[in-house]
Design a protein around this ligand. Structure first.
Ligand SMILES: [Zn+2]
Length: 312
C-alpha cells in the first residue's frame, strides 16, 4: 500500500524558517517521507499574506525553485510527477512521487499567462484562495456575503480545465465553492478540508458540499488540523478516522483521501505527530473492518484516480 497526501506546507515553512529538508524541526523531513515508504505527495507553495502586495509571484517562484532543488538533490528518493502516469511509474520504482501545488490565487497576480507558466514549471493544482478575498474568489473567513467566483476566477477555472490542472475548493467560501462546482468541467479536489457536521468550522464542508464533490468524481483530503477536528478538546487520530468514516457515509468510498496539512498547522492530533505516522490511519481503518481495497482507496488510490482523470 502507498500513501498519497494532497496537502503539506513544507515548502513555505522551510522557506520561512530557513531550515533544510534533511534537518528541520517541522512535521516533514526526508527521513519521515521515506518512513512512509513509496508514496505520492502534493507540496503546496503557500502564498503568505505577507507577500500579497507585489511579492506573491516572486515568493511563489522561490518556493517552486526550492521544490526543484529537492528533486535534483535527492533523485534516489524523490521524483517529480506531472501526470497520473508519472505517479504510477514512480510508485513502481519505490520512490516518492512529488507533485506541485500553489495555495492562493494571489500568486497569479491577475494574469492567465502566469497560470500557464506555473503549469510549465510543474504546478498541477491551484487552491483558488486562502482565507481572504482575492481577485479570483472569496475565502471562507470572508463569510458568504463576499460572493463567489469573479470573472477572472471563472477564466482561471476554464484555463485549468484546459491545461489539466486540479481546481482546489478548500478555503473557498460557499458561493465560490458552488460556482466552481457549476463552472468546472472536470472533477475538483478539496485538498485539505473536513466535514462540518462533525466540527462546525467555516473551513469544513457541509454535507451538500461533500456530496457535490463526490458526485463530480472529486476527492476530499481529510485535514489533521485540530481546530477542524474537535472543538474545545484535544483532537486525536480517532477524530481523523471519524471524519473519514463520516465522509465515506455521506459521499461514498471513492471521495475520501488524506490531506494532512502537516507543516501548515501549529498543533497535531495525538497519534499523528508527524508525517511518518500517517500510516497508522490505515491500520485503524483495517481494525475497524474496512477491506484492504477500501483502505487502499482512502490512503491513496482515490487521489491517484483523480490525478489520472484530470492530469492525463
Ligand atoms: Zn490551507
Amino acid at each position: 500500500m502507498y500513501i498519497f497526501d494532497s496537502h503539506i506546507d513544507t515548502l513555505s515553512r522551510l522557506m520561512e524558517v530557513d531550515q533544510t529538508l534533511t534537518d528541520n524541526q517541522g512535521h516533514v523531513d526526508l527521513a519521515k517521507l521515506r518512513k512512509n515508504g513509496k508514496g505520492a505527495q502534493f507540496f503546496a507553495a503557500f502564498v503568505s499574506p505577507t507577500f500579497y502586495h507585489g511579492k506573491a509571484l516572486h515568493n511563489t517562484l522561490e518556493m517552486l525553485d526550492l521544490f526543484w532543488q529537492w528533486m535534483e538533490e535527492y533523485p534516489e528518493y524523490l521524483a517529480f510527477a506531472g501526470s497520473g502516469a508519472d505517479i504510477v511509474q514512480i510508485l513502481n520504482s519505490g520512490k516518492m512521487a512529488c507533485l506541485l501545488a500553489i495555495e492562493g490565487g494571489e500568486a497569479l497576480e491577475g494574469k492567465l499567462p502566469n497560470l500557464r507558466m506555473f503549469y510549465r514549471l510543474g504546478v498541477r493544482l491551484l487552491t483558488l484562495t486562502w482565507n481572504h478575498r482575492n481577485d479570483l474568489a472569496s475565502g471562507a473567513l470572508e463569510g458568504n456575503e463576499g460572493g463567489g467566483l469573479s470573472l477572472f476566477g471563472q477564466a482561471v477555472v476554464d484555463e485549468m480545465n484546459k491545461l489539466g490542472m486540479l481546481v482546489d475548493v478548500s478555503h473557498l467560501n460557499e458561493p465560490g465553492f458552488w460556482d466552481v462546482i457549476r463552472v468546472s468541467k472536470s472533477p475538483v479536489i478539496a485538498s485539505h478540508s473536513n466535514a462540518r457536521a462533525l466540527c462546525d468550522h467555516p473551513r469544513n464542508l457541509t454535507d451538500e458540499q461533500v456530496r457535490a464533490v463526490a458526485d463530480k468524481g472529486g476527492v476530499i483530503g481529510v485535514n489533521f488540523c485540530p481546530a477542524f477536528l474537535a472543538k474545545n478538546r484535544r483532537a486525536t487520530i480517532h477524530e481523523v478516522v471519524q471524519q473519514i468514516e463520516y465522509l465515506v457515509k455521506v459521499g461514498g468510498i471513492e471521495c475520501v483521501g488524506i490531506g494532512s496539512d502537516f507543516d501548515g498547522i501549529n498543533q497535531t492530533p495525538l497519534g499523528l505527530e508527524h508525517y511518518g505516522k500517517t500510516a497508522e490511519i490505515g491500520a485503524i481503518l483495517g481494525e475497524r473492518g474496512y477491506s484492504e481495497s477500501d483502505v487502499a482507496k482512502i490512503m491513496g488510490g482515490n487521489l491517484l484516480r483523480l490525478c489520472q482523470t484530470v492530469l492525463d
